[in-house]
Design a protein around this ligand. Structure first.
Ligand SMILES: Cc1ncc(COP(=O)(O)O)c(C=O)c1O
Length: 311
């Protein structure tokens, strides 16, 4: 991966090489940070870069920070502005990914959340696909369980919880799968290692509820809206059993990184007919139009980076 040219660090844009923290930094040692992941989509016709739902991403970022008792002086609008400044500095003319992180900057020994000082940093890189098989992934059920709300809250994007995601992803890939679906402590489906999960069963789209230890995904919200309002499909949020997946007509992951990735086999069992299904296919088409600012109805989700180019 090519390193970024710049970073937002200690309140301003600096060369990336100057954005450094000491090895004693609290979050580096204890995983006490919170982070986000925002995509920027290049629209060729308009020569414009659009950030997709950045306000929603930063509202969740601030909520994750609140869970971690971080006192940040920034609003969601401030954070969007820093992101725009950073993307302009990088002068992207391609799809990109922005990684904001809020971390306890104190260089001390001592596990706790209180009495610490949080700081925000951001980096941005050019970015294409996150998974290779977006139209036909083969996944497995992980032998790991999703972190529970009473362990590390999965609803927030908390750095330390990604050790759980890393175990899930590595064991799946080392066993030859693209990804894994992880169950929660009750044995119901939670999500993927870093993406929310949906199935289509008897024509109804089903996805685990927020209370089943999933991240409160922004793409999940977009997908539910597109399915209900634009495809006219029924969507139900309810606990999902493992074996319902084996019987599903379609299944897919969604997330900022993965976008919408069709799952066509689970544990060597074909899902439906084993190829990209019609609902997932149509959903992917609508989603990619929406994120690039080509879906007039959802244009307000897309925040232009370069002034004077669009609108
Ligand atoms: C654990 C987990 N679930 C779901 C998602 C999808 O969330 P979003 O759509 O907000 O990117 C992510 C995204 O990074 C994630 O890390």
């Amino acid at each position: 991966m090519t390193l970024p040219n710049f970073a937002f660090f200690k309140g301003r844009i600096v060369p990336y090489s100057e954005a450094k923290v000491g090895v004693l930094t609290h979050t580096f040692n204890y995983g006490t940070g919170v982070f986000g992941g925002v995509r920027g989509y290049w629209n060729t016709e308009e020569e414009q870069l659009f950030l997709f739902r950045p306000y929603d991403h930063y509202q969740r970022f601030l909520e994750s920070a609140k869970l971690m008792l971080m006192e940040l002086p920034h609003t969601d609008a401030d954070l969007v502005q820093f992101t725009l400044d950073l993307c302009r500095a990088e002068d992207f003319r391609t799809d990109c990914y922005i990684r904001p992180i809020s971390y306890f900057a104190d260089e001390i020994i001592g596990v706790r959340l209180h009495g610490l000082h949080a700081d925000v940093a951001m980096m941005a890189i050019p970015f294409g696909s996150y998974v290779e098989n977006e139209e036909g992934s083969h996944v497995t059920f992980s032998s790991w369980r999703r972190v529970d709300d009473n362990m590390i809250p999965a609803r927030g994007k908390i750095s330390g919880a990604y050790v759980n995601s890393a175990f899930i992803k590595t064991d799946a890939q080392r066993s030859g799968f693209d990804e894994a679906i992880v169950l929660n402590q009750d044995g119901h489906i939670a999500e993927g290692s870093a993406e929310n999960f949906f199935i289509v069963r008897k024509g109804v789209v089903c996805t685990p509820p927020i209370t089943d230890n999933i991240l409160e995904g922004i793409t999940r919200r977009t997908v539910i809206m597109l399915l209900r309002d634009d495809l006219g499909v029924e969507v139900v949020e309810r606990p999902l059993d493992r074996t319902e997946v084996y019987l599903a007509e379609e299944a897919f992951f969604c997330g900022t990184g993965v976008q919408i990735a069709a799952i066509t086999a689970v544990d060597h069992r074909p899902i439906g007919s084993g190829i990209l299904g019609p609902i997932t296919k149509e959903l992917r088409r609508l989603y990619f139009d929406a994120v690039r600012g080509r879906f007039a109805k959802y244009r307000d989700f897309c925040v232009p980076v370069y002034p004077g180019k669009s609108r």
